[in-house]
Design a protein around this ligand. Structure first.
Ligand code: AP5
Length: 238
């Protein structure tokens, strides 16, 4: 385990539709490799909660299930990636989500991160899940507003109904997990994010993972992908 948190990991990009398990798996990666999770959805929700100018612009767009314009995303993501905890690597959950964002990220990593740090190149993991399963995962999702733990009333229910196992906080349902908004989010994925999958596939950087399995089974596949990527990268311990 010491080795997992000492050597460079590099950027881990999790791609997949809403409900594929990006956030769930990002948390497992954080725990094993000691790198931060960067969820653009969570960052945007924080902006909305504190009423920043970005939050004010993003709020209505997110409530409709549409994507926030690319230009609004870049500053927020760049600022987060420049923080020192990203030097060994990071998990991107929810970014890039358009072909333009994927191009922007490649340029940013090339110019800013790889120049100044010994970082493995990105590994891009696609979580592949059946459509019916996605709907169950989204409609059943609950989260703890205190510690961020995720539950699902169908698959991973809390021990006590609607309360966090960890700290007893009442669980909440995300504003965009209503069925009419879910449909919009899945449509946005097909139209705007599917080209990102193609972008990485053409470059032979895409590693598909069967995410239609239990959380533990999906995690095991992902750790296998990251470990083999790191052994090919062979950077010295820092
Ligand atoms: P965001 O917060 O990124 O949401 P999303 O992509 O729609 O993804 P989700 O968080 O819904 O799903 P997930 O894949 O993380 O699944 P989870 O692990 O939670 O984005 C929200 C909005 O912000 C967007 O609509 C957009 O407006 C805006 N936005 C964000 N990034 C943007 C960007 N880059 N550009 C423009 N706009 C952007 O799991 C779901 C449920 O399933 C949970 O209940 C979980 O417990 C359960 N589950 C997970 N894995 C399994 C399993 N293997 N088996 C059974 N249940 C499971």
């Amino acid at each position: 385990m010491a080795n997992e948190t000492a050597r460079s990991v590099g950027p881990v990009i999790l791609l997949g539709p809403p409900g594929a398990g990006k956030g769930t798996q990002a948390k497992q990666i954080v725990e094993r490799y000691g790198i931060p999770q960067i969820s653009t959805g969570d960052l945007l929700r924080e902006h909305v909660a504190r009423g920043s100018s970005l939050g004010v612009e993003a709020k209505a767009i997110m409530a409709r299930g549409e994507l926030v314009p690319d230009e609004l995303m870049y500053g927020m993501v760049a600022q987060r990636l420049r923080e020192p905890d990203c030097r060994r690597g990071f998990v991107l959950d929810g970014f890039p989500r358009t072909a333009a964002q994927a191009g922007w990220l490649d340029a940013f990593l090339e110019q800013e991160l790889f120049e100044n740090s010994e970082m493995c190149p990105p590994v891009v993991i696609q979580l592949v899940v059946d459509y019916t399963q996605l709907l169950l995962r989204l409609t059943g999702r609950r989260s703890c507003p205190t510690c961020g733990r995720l539950y699902n009333i169908h698959f991973q229910p809390p021990r006590v109904d609607e309360l966090c196992d960890w700290d007893g906080t009442p669980l909440i349902t995300r504003n965009d997990d209503r069925s009419e908004v879910i449909t919009e989010r899945l449509t946005a994925y097909e139209k705007q994010t599917r080209p990102v999958v193609d972008y990485y596939r053409v470059q032979q950087r895409l590693v598909p993972v069967n995410a239609d399995q239990t959380v533990i089974e999906v995690t095991a596949q992902i750790f296998g992908v990251i470990d083999s990527h790191r052994s090919e990268c062979r950077l010295p311990a820092k």
